[in-house]
Design a protein around this ligand. Structure first.
Ligand SMILES: NC(=O)c1ccc[n+]([C@@H]2O[C@H](COP(=O)([O-])OP(=O)(O)OC[C@H]3O[C@@H](n4cnc5c(N)ncnc54)[C@H](OP(=O)(O)O)[C@@H]3O)[C@@H](O)[C@H]2O)c1
Length: 253
């Protein structure tokens, strides 16, 4: 149990998009930060190196990601999270923080990856360690690849749904704040400042790229193979919102 301000934080997934930003942010605040991933000899699939990486840690932040295809991602998150939750309890970690995805509970039936994310959340919740889950919407970094994935024969076929991309740097800042604060023992939500249609997101990306493709709403289009409802991917009213709009992020404003 955390009784004072955390001094030592272990970031698991430290070489990733979010992990790298977390290291910079937390180290810059004078915290003692341990970077853990396979690159530093910590493998969550086997548990190798984990106890050493967590020794003395007040907080662990799990931002690992599966490198395996969707059908094996569920097992990846189940196994890695089982090792992490057992080690966190064994080594006396005071706060167990996990980064997950807004709408995970609404998409689980269709995706092994998403079921894996729910297993990752549940591992923290059931670990016996005080915990917080932060569910974020899709990062701005995904807007261009998602748009690309919707193009067939030079036409963007957009799912008829909202998307709410968010600046990953803002997600990292919120994650860092949560990690050094008191455990919420709850799920907190963060999303971008704008809920826009997939079609409008695609138009924003294409405008930035200087491309002029037709963009149509296509009721049969999916998001990475997932059939989504109009509001599956966006936050409810109680979410914290980032401030950087997609268009400004794309142009570096
Ligand atoms: N992309 C989005 O829009 C979005 C939105 C909301 C939430 N999220 C969540 O955010 C999290 C972080 O995403 P990201 O983009 O920062 O991930 P990422 O860039 O793919 O990084 C993944 C990290 O996991 C580590 N890793 C992979 N397998 C490992 C293993 N067996 N043992 C230890 N470490 C391992 C990798 O390091 P090594 O290769 O060195 O092991 C790397 O540091 C993900 O869980 C994702 O679900 C993403």
């Amino acid at each position: 149990m955390l009784t004072s301000t955390p001094q030592k934080v272990t970031v698991v997934g430290a070489t990733g998009l979010i992990g790298r930003q977390l290291l910079t942010l937390l180290s810059g605040r004078g915290l003692d930060v341990t970077a853990a991933s396979r690159a530093s000899g910590v493998d969550l699939l086997t548990g190798d190196g984990l106890d050493d990486a967590l020794a003395g840690a007040d907080v662990v932040i799990d931002v690992i990601n599966s490198t395996t295809p969707d059908d094996s991602a569920e097992a990846f998150f189940e196994h890695t999270s089982a090792h992490l939750s057992a080690a966190a309890a064994r080594t006396g970690v005071g706060h167990y923080v996990v980064l997950s995805i807004v709408g995970a509970d609404r998409m689980a039936a269709q995706s092994g990856y998403i079921r894996g994310k729910l297993a990752q959340e549940a591992a923290a919740e059931n670990s016996g360690v005080p915990w917080t889950v932060l569910r974020a919407t899709q990062f701005h970094e995904l807007a261009a690849p998602i748009t690309e994935s919707l193009i067939t024969d030079d036409v963007v076929r957009a799912p008829v749904a909202l998307i709410q991309t968010v600046d990953s740097a803002e997600v990292t800042t919120i994650l860092a704040r949560i990690a050094v604060g008191p455990p919420l023992n709850a799920i907190h939500h963060v999303g971008g400042p704008q809920k826009m249609s997939f079609a409008d997101m695609a138009r924003t990306v294409l405008r930035h790229q200087g491309r002029t493709l037709d963009v149509i709403d296509d009721p049969s289009a999916t998001y990475s193979g997932l059939s989504i409802d109009f509001t599956t991917l966006v936050t409810d009213d109680d979410a914290e919102l980032g401030t950087t709009r997609l268009e400004d992020w794309l142009t570096g404003r």
